[in-house]
Design a binder for this molecule. Structure first.
Ligand SMILES: NC(=O)c1ccc[n+]([C@@H]2O[C@H](COP(=O)([O-])OP(=O)(O)OC[C@H]3O[C@@H](n4cnc5c(N)ncnc54)[C@H](OP(=O)(O)O)[C@@H]3O)[C@@H](O)[C@H]2O)c1
Length: 326
């Protein structure tokens, strides 16, 4: 089979299009012929040697994909040859930047009719993370005002829809005029341009001084501090990434006097500690099949052009997900 491999950490061009032996499904595994693999910022971080975890080199990146079951190991559960499935796993186990992947049955789900494999491939990381943070951690309720940083990103564009679906008013933060219009069309009630507006002052103005009820931060650095300062009494803030790769300076008086809570989230750490994502992912896939959610795809690239896909994500101009087609 063909794969895209990282043999040395470096820029996008260090991704190597090469051949590797076909994997075979072991006991409790299925073999999937991949149709699509989604690109995540963690792939960029891993490729450039900045990710907080990941396999030793050489390795095939990619944590999520979708395709068709082409072989079954012993005890492969309910799966059958020809099933359309979505698969996921920690970086490199197996890497989804490949034509074939063998995965344990508890890291696969059948994709419902009406959901394309390109859309399905983009759900286990960005969408599921947004879902978990908003539904389980900050627990968005009807009528809540929710602040979403990087709202046009892969995670952010999922978060806008999940928060709206839960009955919230969404204040979306974006960095460009193009993204401003785009997130409005996605459902955001208010859009703050971080390149132009004062985010904290705008949230206070929009909430008549009360502050937001909840916030989801992916950006880290000053944006995380602003998110914490933007919530009001009993506000809930989830932090799940640091795109800026910057530290944050916070005063504990920014949150304890208002009884605010701060939650951390990392999907692989949670799975390693026993969380089974399948019920939440099933709910999400059902929402996509029903038309409640749409997975926005910024662009697709053939697998062999993964380097171009990485450069596109690095540009920070993307709206929604980038998907590699196989
Ligand atoms: N914890 C977890 O389990 C988990 C799960 C999934 C994803 N993540 C992480 O979540 C983050 C978001 O993922 P994603 O796929 O949604 O990201 P993405 O599509 O690459 O979007 C990142 C966005 O962040 C904004 N941004 C703000 N400050 C920035 C800066 N200094 N440099 C670059 N971009 C900046 C940009 O949008 P604007 O210019 O519009 O602000 C950019 O488009 C990534 O770090 C990813 O690794 C974590």
């Amino acid at each position: 089979m063909h794969v895209v491999r990282v043999t040395e950490f470096g820029p996008a061009d260090s991704l190597e299009w090469t051949e590797a032996p076909d994997p075979e499904p072991g006991p409790g595994e299925i073999l999937v012929s991949l149709t699509a693999a989604a690109v995540n910022r963690s792939d960029l971080l891993y490729r450039s040697g900045q990710y907080h975890s990941g396999p030793p080199l050489p390795a095939v990146p990619g944590s999520e994909g979708a395709g068709t079951v082409v072989a079954l190991g012993a005890n492969a559960g309910e799966f059958a040859l020809g099933d359309r499935v979505v698969i996921w796993g920690p970086m490199g186990t197996p890497g989804c930047y490949a034509e074939l992947a063998a995965v344990p049955v508890d890291r696969a789900l059948v994709v419902p009719e009406g959901v394309s494999l390109v859309a399905a491939a983009a759900t286990p990381i960005a969408w599921l993370s947004a879902w978990y943070c908003l539904r389980h951690l900050v627990d968005v309720r009807p009528g809540d005002v929710v602040l979403l940083n990087a709202a046009a990103s892969g995670v952010g564009s999922a978060a806008v829809q999940i928060a709206k679906d839960a009955g919230a008013t969404v204040i979306a933060v974006v960095g460009t005029a193009e993204k401003e219009q785009w997130v409005r069309e996605l459902g955001a009630d208010h859009v703050v341009r971080r390149d132009r507006d004062d985010v904290l002052a705008t949230v206070r103005h929009l909430t008549e001084g009360r502050g937001a009820d909840a916030a989801l931060d992916l950006v880290g650095g000053d944006a995380f501090a602003t998110a914490v300062r933007s919530v009001g009494h009993a506000g809930r803030v989830a932090a799940m990434a640091n795109v800026a790769l910057d530290p944050t300076t916070l005063d504990t008086r920014d949150f304890y006097p208002k009884n605010a809570s701060i939650f951390g989230f990392q999907i692989n750490d949670l799975m390693r500690h026993g969380w089974d994502p399948r019920p939440d992912l099933t709910a999400l896939l059902t929402g996509i099949a029903d038309g409640r959610f749409t997975v926005p795809v910024d662009s697709t690239f053939p697998l062999a052009e993964a380097a171009a896909a990485h450069r596109r994500l690095e540009s920070a101009r993307t709206r929604g997900k980038i998907v590699l087609t196989i």
